[in-house]
Design a protein around this ligand. Structure first.
Ligand SMILES: O=c1ccn([C@@H]2O[C@H](COP(=O)(O)O)[C@@H](O)[C@H]2O)c(=O)[nH]1
Length: 632
């Protein structure tokens, strides 16, 4: 069993190591052993480059402070345990390994993002992996998955409904569309179980030219699909980048169930960044294992008759593990001295070297405080969304900007989903810049938009105001659907956080009443995720108190901001302004401005030709330039 030490998450090659333990911070250890079955699975998803662990001291970051090297050692030790128990232990990943930290996004210009960090995933014994939407935003990244990553996995990198167009090897003057990885895989586990595995991506429509995602509904009608599932295995293993609730897993599940009514089906999803579990029937379980290497998912199943041939309910268990050394040591029965091996530490060292090569600890300035996406209200001094759109964008885009120099007022707009992680007090490094804002979006603009029109765009985007709501509902519903298909799941993650916080507040009220009645003191636990899902029993491996949550709008603007660095100088609704937005939301902004112009009777119609490049800074460079200007 684990000893009671804590592991200080020093900024490993990513920033200042001068953090001390004297802040009353601690990690809580799990208290319940895992329930092993005949077949067991460790699951990662949406890792987004978080391979050196979460290294900040502000709660709940220490919960997730284990490195990918620590995880590798954990997997290794767990595999040994499985062998001793003569049971199977599989390791799976559900995709989105790009976009999220300096390790995945900080490679030098001209190189391929994620290529180097992917090499570390290759060092783990994954049994199957699936492609995510973040592998499909940049063609060169997808090509790298096809030509390098997929090859390593020898048929186990799954892209059942995702293709890439490449030169035809037999005739280079022609192109062919081929799966990025494999459509399916059939293999035997160490204990001899026959597995048929698929890797399905949700109906993503935001894929880059040269790649393609087939809707799930069409995929299950394909001849190859029918042939792949025809023969009955001992279990179906569906690994995919698709939420396990309210998405299309039932389509795949039902297509299999028609042919195989009782064969066990294990589903491992992702994309929504939440911890979630659903059972579609008594012989299946679907698990989603969070995001950013904060969670490792665990599922186990006991088969009837030691094989799959029965028809009653199977015994499943699931658990969401916090990714820290205490968790890993607890479940492997090791301690600080016996846990780490050469295997894991060489992976961690390699990642640290990569961070050094990319100069990820380069310091832009010193952040004066923590800024969070949802633990502070928006707008507020502690909101990273306020910081980004009201301070950082106006200040960074004012650098070498003739339009600002000429005094042309500008309104800045972005989607709040463009901000992916909190900013912490202290050294603000290149890695921090890329974790907070990893996307390489350009800033585009429309000039000479009258302020009266520009001023309404944000409200329409966010569907605020009863008038707008009435006339815009249908359009908004369509846009939300469209946004979901383009990958937007912030609302699911935020709803999850919101509900867990609401439960926490209700629980605290009850506790307070009990405490007053009994004169007892509360049990204080560390902050973290508190999951309620629809599977039996408690899912979280370590009990926590839920994090504070404040809801945020889907879109944010510098509009009417008292702290905006570029004062608006607006005298009336007819004052012409520049409307500046990230290219990711360009279509929506253009459509809304045209609708508003039409409603105002101005006769103005904007086309794509009216859209210009506002500045040569990309969205992932804004915070660095800002920090150099404001935090030095
Ligand atoms: O260029 C981009 C690409 C994506 N986004 C945001 O990311 C989500 C999708 O990320 P998941 O991890 O798959 O949820 C998308 O909806 C946007 O919010 C972006 O802002 N810019």
């Amino acid at each position: 069993c684990s000893d009671e030490h804590v592991h200080l998450p020093a900024k490993r090659g990513l920033g200042s190591p001068s953090l001390s333990l004297g802040l009353g911070w601690t990690i809580a250890a799990p208290t319940r052993p895992l329930e092993w079955g005949d077949l067991n699975v460790l699951h990662t998803t949406d890792t987004h480059g978080w391979l050196l662990g979460h290294q900040e001291l502000s709660p709940p970051e220490p919960n997730y402070s284990g490195t990918f090297g620590d995880f590798a050692d954990f997997v290794q030790h767990m595999k040994e345990t499985a062998l001793k128990k003569r049971v199977d232990l599989l390791l799976l990943d559900s995709g989105d390994i790009h976009d999220g930290t300096g390790l995945s996004d900080g490679s030098p210009p001209g190189t391929i993002d994620g290529h180097d960090s992917n090499q570390f995933l290759k060092r783990l014994p994954y049994d199957a992996l699936a492609i995510g939407n973040h592998e499909l935003y940049v063609y060169n990244n997808t090509f790298d998955m096809y030509s390098d990553f997929a090859l390593h996995w020898k048929g186990r990198y799954l892209s059942s409904n995702v293709n890439i167009t490449v030169p035809d090897p037999s005739d280079s003057s022609q192109n062919v569309s081929v799966p990025v990885g494999s459509r399916f895989a059939k293999f035997r586990t160490l204990m001899g179980r026959r597995v048929t595995s698929l890797g399905v991506l949700f109906d993503f429509t935001g894929f880059v030219d040269g790649t393609n995602v087939q809707p799930v509904e069409d995929m299950v009608k394909e001849q190859w699909f029918a042939e792949a599932i025809e023969e009955e295995p001992d279990l179906f293993l569906l690994v995919g980048h698709m939420p396990v609730s309210e998405d299309n897993w039932p389509i795949v599940f039902d297509a299999i169930r028609v042919i195989h009514p009782t064969t066990p089906i294990l589903i491992f999803g992702g994309h929504a960044h939440v911890r979630d579990c659903v059972q579609l029937d008594g012989r299946s379980m679907a698990l989603a294992s969070g995001r950013y290497m904060e969670t490792v998912g665990w599922m186990s199943v006991k088969f009837d008759n030691k094989q799959s041939s029965g028809s009653g309910n199977l015994t499943f268990s699931r658990r969401y593990l916090d990714t820290n050394r205490l968790t890993y040591e607890f479940h492997t029965g090791r301690n600080n001295r016996t846990f780490e091996t050469w295997y894991g530490s060489s992976i961690t060292r390699g990642l640290e070297e990569l961070a050094e090569n990319y100069d990820l600890s380069f310091e832009y300035g010193i952040a004066p405080r923590d800024y969070t996406i949802s633990r502070d209200p928006y707008p507020s001094n502690g909101s990273s969304l306020t910081l980004f759109i009201e301070e950082a964008v106006p200040i960074a885009l004012a650098v070498n900007n003739t339009r600002i120099a000429e005094g042309i007022p500008a309104l800045f707009l972005t989607n709040s989903g463009s901000q992916r992680f909190d900013i912490f007090q202290g050294s603000f490094t290149k890695n921090d810049e890329l974790t907070a804002s990893p996307y390489t979006n350009e800033f585009w603009f429309l000039s000479n938009v009258s302020y009266g029109i520009a001023n309404q765009v944000l409200a329409v985007l966010n569907v605020e105001g009863s008038d707008l709501r009435k006339r815009g509902l249908e359009r908004t519903r369509k846009r939300m659907e469209e946004m979901y298909k383009r990958g937007d799941v912030e609302m699911i993650y935020n709803k999850w956080l919101e509900e867990m916080y609401a439960r926490e507040v209700a629980r605290a009220r009850e506790l307070e009443l009990d405490r007053r009645a009994d004169n007892t003191t509360d049990i204080v636990s560390t902050m973290g995720y508190v999951t309620t899902d629809s599977c039996p029993g408690i899912g979280d491996d370590t009990p926590h108190t839920a994090l504070p949550f404040f809801s945020t709008p889907g879109y944010i603007s510098s509009i009417d901001s008292p702290s905006t660095a570029a004062p608006l100088n607006i005298t009336s609704d007819s004052t012409p302004v520049d409307v500046v937005f990230v290219d990711f939301i360009a279509e929506d902004v253009l459509e809304i401005i045209n609708d508003l112009e039409a409603e105002s009777g101005s006769g103005k119609v904007y086309t794509e030709d009216d859209v210009g490049l506002y500045h040569n800074l990309l969205s992932n460079q804004v915070l660095g330039v800002f920090a150099q200007e404001a935090w030095n």
